[in-house]
Design a protein around this ligand. Structure first.
Ligand code: NDP
Length: 453
């Protein structure tokens, strides 16, 4: 680390105490930018990195709501408006008990670079609440979403800030929040993405992040004249991203053998077929059940409950060639990375945001495997949100083929830009550097053009 980078990180830690995920995300970007900041003295002089690290605005608010038995609850709501240099703030809302300011700041920070890579005009933001939708009735979720939006609506808009879904926020939650926004503002605009198909949503948006992560893996493999067909993949999570990752893997002739939730994981050596995936989708999206039910239904599949005493996650300890972490941050630690490499995994495409710890990332980079970091590999979701915004502005809807083609081409372009940028800056094959540098340059140049704001 250079002296400048060391001082910058010391300041980030002092100014943002108790936000380890934010420090981790910033550290990774700072490490990638050493050469860029040497070559472009103007970015240091104009304190571009220091400005990118500081959110343009942080909104934090109280969300009071009532449950079905009449008890009152108070949750905390957030929206981080991180950077608007290249477009309106854009990024998801996460509802999960682990949500706090530091986690949302890391997500908003990553979003700035990711959105820049999509080629679409979107700034970066993120938000959410420590509310847990799990175990709540539809009416409770609706009341919470309405209470959340009754404050958030004054800070967002189709040209200001356009939220979407993330962990715990799917079609149901987007619907309730959009309905409340419409009522409060008395306007029907594309203020959120991930909307239902009959009221402004885009085809392929639910599928986009998972499909995109698989397209990215296929592009990485092409650089070695290989393909996904015939390969075995470990997938974590069983929500939106994981489901469509498995679907696309099946279409491309690969075999997914694992899925998980916060209670444990299933291993199905025969592979998750389309029929089994349909069962998962019904179980998770409609019945809101647990992944263990998969092993009860399909003979040969094994459910392993989560063991918090273990220093590694056994999901990552099976033989495979590919891994698609699609649950949450830091779900692959150093021990997991060692297990993955030992088991023959040489393609890791991150569907989740920052699922690998710094130690795990360093192991992947040192081993020289094909490692697609989240801000590049999972950018298909927000890219398709950008396409939803474009369709809303024009008041038209594109076909499935059209949106899927655009998504595929965007993922191909992101891959190419990351690959070329890594090469140009002397670290061929390092997609982490490629993504961080390419995303940074786009935002930094826009900030330079717009003056000191
Ligand atoms: P969902 O809520 O649909 O699914 C999340 C899945 O991960 C669930 O299976 C959940 O299990 C599991 N999970 C979540 N938190 C934890 C935890 N702390 N420990 C163990 N398991 C956990 O979310 P998404 O699929 O939308 O998001 C997954 C990841 O992908 C996140 O990192 C998100 O930021 C990222 N992402 C999502 C995008 C999107 O378009 N949705 C776009 C880009 C990135 P359980 O139900 O038991 O909690």
């Amino acid at each position: 680390m250079t002296e400048y980078a060391g001082e910058l990180m010391a300041e980030v830690k002092a100014k943002n105490p108790a936000e380890p995920e934010f420090h981790q995300a910033v550290q990774e970007v700072v490490d990638s930018l050493t050469l860029v900041l040497e070559r472009h003295r103007e970015f240091r002089d104009h304190k571009i990195l220091e400005r990118i690290i500081e959110p343009e605005r942080v909104i934090m608010f109280r969300v009071p709501w009532r449950d079905d038995v009449g008890e009152f609850h108070v949750n905390r709501g957030f929206r981080i408006q991180m950077n608007s240099a290249i477009g309106p703030y854009k990024g998801g809302l996460r509802f999960h008990p682990s949500v706090n300011l530091g986690i949302l700041k890391f997500l908003a920070f990553e979003q700035v670079f990711k959105n820049a890579l999509t080629t679409l005009p979107m700034g970066g933001g993120k938000g959410g609440s420590d509310f847990d939708p799990k175990g709540k009735s539809d009416l409770e979720v609706m009341r919470f979403c309405q209470a959340f939006m009754s404050e958030l609506f004054r800070h967002i808009g189709p040209d200001t800030d356009v939220p979407a879904g993330d962990i715990g926020v799917g079609a149901r939650e987007i619907g309730y929040m959009f309905g409340m926004y419409k009522r409060l503002r008395n306007e029907f605009t594309g203020v959120m993405t991930g909307k239902g198909l009959t009221w402004g949503g885009s085809v392929i948006r639910p599928e986009a992040t998972g499909y995109g992560a698989v397209y990215f893996a296929e592009e990485m493999l092409k650089t070695r004249k290989e393909e996904l067909r015939g390969k075995t993949a470990l997938v974590s999570g069983s929500g939106n991203v994981a489901q469509y990752t498995v679907e696309k893997l099946i279409s491309l002739g690969a075999k997914a053998v694992t899925l998980s939730d916060s209670s444990g994981y299933i291993y199905d050596e025969e592979g998750i077929t389309r029929e089994k995936l349909a069962f998962i989708m019904e179980l998770k999206n409609v019945e809101r059940g647990r992944i263990s039910e998969y092993a009860e239904k399909y003979q040969g599949a094994v459910f392993t409950p989560i063991d918090l005493g273990l220093k590694y996650n056994p999901l990552w300890d099976h033989r495979a060639e590919c891994a698609f972490p699609s649950a949450t941050q830091n779900e692959i630690n150093g021990a997991d990375a060692t297990n993955l490499l030992r088991n023959g995994v040489y393609v890791v495409s991150e569907g989740a945001n920052m699922p690998s710890t710094s130690e795990a990332v360093n192991q992947f980079l040192e081993a020289g495997i094909l490692f697609g970091p989240g801000k590049a590999a999972n950018a298909g979701g927000v890219a398709t949100s950008g396409l939803e915004m474009a369709q809303n502005s024009m008041r038209i809807s594109w076909t499935r083929e059209e949106v899927d083609n655009r998504l595929f081409n965007i993922m191909k372009t992101i891959h190419e830009v990351c690959y070329r940028t890594a090469e140009k800056y002397g670290t061929p094959g390092n997609y982490v550097n490629g993504a961080n540098i390419a995303g940074f340059l786009k935002v930094a140049n826009a900030m330079m053009d717009q003056g000191l704001v």
